[in-house]
Design a protein around this ligand. Structure first.
Ligand SMILES: Nc1nc2c(ncn2[C@@H]2O[C@H](COP(=O)(O)OP(=O)(O)OP(=O)(O)O)[C@@H](O)[C@H]2O)c(=O)[nH]1
Ligand SMILES: [Mg+2]
Length: 298
């Protein structure tokens, strides 16, 4: 068994919004990590295991490494991502976006200079790059910025080039017994994933600034007679934010609730009753203690 199987850890890193979580979901063939058009959607490390034939790849999606704010939650997110660079991983997937190179991309790349792990450059969103000559030039220029082990153009959204990524990953995994059971997909609980789904709907529904000041805490998660009852608290930092989320006659909260419920039902394959409350907790996102109580602890 040990000489024929390969198993190891794969970190997915990059600046916010380049498509890291979309990539993980496509590889796993399920929606595990939440995604949105807004940067800084992922806040925690999310582990997803893909076992196929004699290869088990343990992917870890990370928050986009950024330099925008220095509040406690932003520091937590950057720590959650950069700790994967010093951890014992077997290969790092560095994701960049086709035809875009920003200071934030450069800052992530600078951190990679300190690691010895092989780094694979993935140029994502190639479906958006209509000018192929420009894409080729961009790829060559980006590939020359670092001693990458390999380079692959992909579209995480359309599933292009993902099989190539998996082949590259397998090549970098050591011969080892599987660490997880073959049918295990993640180490995250359904409770955690449900809170994430609610947060995804919030991020998708709300304006640019508000998602940073909201978080979701599951108060009750109970299964009884074929029904899962979930009571979730949405924390915000002011009354103004609370009324934005609730919306006119409660309509926004209702629509957030029903789309979250539908996704949670798919995840748990069960009927779900979801109850959402919005609560003001001033300054939670810049308060280390409050953050720990809300599940932001490393
Ligand atoms: N056109 C196109 N859009 C993509 C592709 N991959 C991701 N996206 C979109 O890019 C946006 C960001 O995707 P995410 O997967 O949330 O990005 P992320 O890197 O995980 O972002 P953070 O968690 O904020 O760091 C979403 O709107 C995705 O649908 C792609 O291959 N093509
Ligand atoms: Mg993400």
């Amino acid at each position: 068994m040990t000489d024929s199987t390969r198993c190891g850890y794969v970190a997915i890193v990059g600046r916010p919004n380049v498509g890291k979580s979309t990539l993980l979901n496509h590889i796993l063939g399920m929606k595990l990590s939440i995604t949105s058009r807004k940067p800084q959607t992922t806040r925690h490390q999310i582990m997803g295991v893909k076992t196929e034939a004699n290869v088990q790849a343990i992917y870890v999606d990370t928050p986009g490494i950024h330099q925008r704010r220095s509040t406690a939650i932003n520091k937590y997110m950057n720590r959650a991502a950069t700790s994967m660079l010093s951890n014992d991983v077997d290969v790092i997937l560095f994701v960049a976006q086709a035809l875009q190179w920003t200071e934030e991309d450069q800052a992530v790349l600078d951190k990679l200079h300190a690691v010895k792990t092989p780094v694979v450059l993935l140029i994502n969103k190639i479906d958006r790059a209509k000018d192929k000559d420009k894409l080729i030039a961009y790829t060559a220029k980006t590939a020359a910025k670092y001693n990458f082990a390999e380079v692959a153009p992909v579209s995480a959204l359309r599933g292009k080039g993902i099989d190539v990524v998996e082949t590259i990953v397998a090549r970098h995994l050591p011969q080892s017994e599987f660490i997880y059971d073959e049918d295990q997909l993640t180490d995250r609980s359904v409770r955690f994933l449900s809170a994430e789904i609610i947060r995804e709907k919030l991020v998708r529904e709300l304006g640019q600034e508000l998602p940073y000041t909201t978080t979701v805490d599951i108060e009750k998660f109970e299964e009884q007679a074929g029904l899962i009852t979930i009571h979730a608290l949405i924390y915000v930092e002011s009354n103004g934010q609370k009324s934005i989320i609730i919306g006119r006659r409660g309509e926004r909260l209702k629509s957030i609730g029903s789309s979250a419920r539908r996704d949670i039902e798919k995840l748990v394959d069960n009927k779900v009753y979801l109850n959402l409350w919005v609560k003001v907790r001033e300054g939670w996102s810049n308060d280390e203690r409050a953050l720990r109580g809300l599940g932001y602890s490393d």
